[in-house]
Design a protein around this ligand. Structure first.
Ligand code: SAM
Length: 273
């Protein structure tokens, strides 16, 4: 049932040998034996333990992040949200309505998990000041470790996104968020997700949009006029999330954006004046 068994086996073997996959293939061609410990790793993977929990790391854009039990494994589709954020941050300061003496855009990542979005923005938009907020202690511990390893300008704040950063109200240029958005009774089919991603990272309320809308409400308080919210959502939630945001007069220009497979996955909204 593992969707990509050959690729996963190669990654596990490379992990066991502490080499890159290219070196693994070179050794395999030379007839090297399977590494010690590979059987056990393959057995765990066959039981649908996530590959990233077995190797202890996940790739996200240019980052190599530490992950494991207790933290959400960052997904490729979330990289699209980072692309959209970078596009907004690249707009000239005058167009962004900011202060010409701006030291750099202020970005808040609400529900940071491993720190993936916050770190990617800090890395790919040098000069930005990024604050990352996470409530679950195990996830926040991973974020702290990833921030320390990356040595990027990201400040971690442990706490509830719904009331985060009172000192930054009205000052933030961009809020990014990949919040929990699975409806409470829509238990995921994939065992890797259902059994290994933390419940606090998945479920967003009866329709899945209740917590996202509360987090968006907090974003509206944090953003300056003209500031931008980017929020990931489930592929069937575009309409309800857009409707919820459009009903709040604090938002204008509410639009939905597609992921790399053409499905609507990221809502963008601008804070009204
Ligand atoms: C879907 S995961 C996303 C993690 C990360 N942003 C990413 O894209 O990989 C959602 C995260 O939100 C955190 N979370 C859930 N409710 C929260 C809240 N009220 N305040 C802050 N973080 C919260 C979860 O612990 C989890 O780490």
């Amino acid at each position: 049932g593992v969707p990509s068994p050959a690729a996963d086996a190669a990654l596990l073997a490379a992990h066991a040998l502490r080499v890159e996959v290219s070196e693994l293939h070179r050794r395999a061609l030379l007839g090297a034996p399977a590494p010690d410990g590979l059987d056990a790793l393959v057995a765990w993977r066959a039981q649908r333990v996530p590959l990233q929990h077995l190797t202890g790391h996940a790739h996200f854009r240019r980052l190599d992040l530490r992950v494991g039990p207790g933290v959400f494994v960052p997904r490729p589709e979330t990289e699209v949200l980072v692309d959209l954020a970078l596009r907004d941050l690249a707009r000239p300061v005058s167009e962004r309505d900011g202060d010409a003496d701006d030291a750099g855009p202020l970005v808040v990542d609400l529900c940071t998990g491993s720190g993936a979005i916050a770190l990617a923005i800090a890395q790919e938009h040098p000069g930005s000041r990024v604050v990352a907020v996470e409530l679950a202690p195990p996830a926040a511990d991973y974020a702290a470790a990833n921030i320390a390893r990356a040595a990027l300008d990201v400040e971690l704040r442990r706490g509830d996104a719904v009331e985060a950063c009172p000192d930054l109200e009205g000052l933030v240029d961009l809020v990014a968020s990949n919040p929990p958005y699975v409806p409470d009774d829509a238990v995921p089919i994939d065992p890797e997700v259902r059994d290994h991603d933390p419940a606090a990272a998945l479920y967003g309320g009866p329709e899945g949009i209740e917590l996202p809308l509360r987090i968006a409400g907090r974003a509206a308080t944090l953003l300056r006029p003209g500031g931008v919210l980017l929020m990931e959502h489930g592929e069937r939630q575009g309409d309800s999330l857009l409707t919820g945001l459009a009903a709040d007069s604090r938002w204008i220009e509410v639009t939905d954006h597609l992921d790399l497979t053409g499905r609507p996955r990221v809502v963008r909204a601008v804070r009204a004046a």
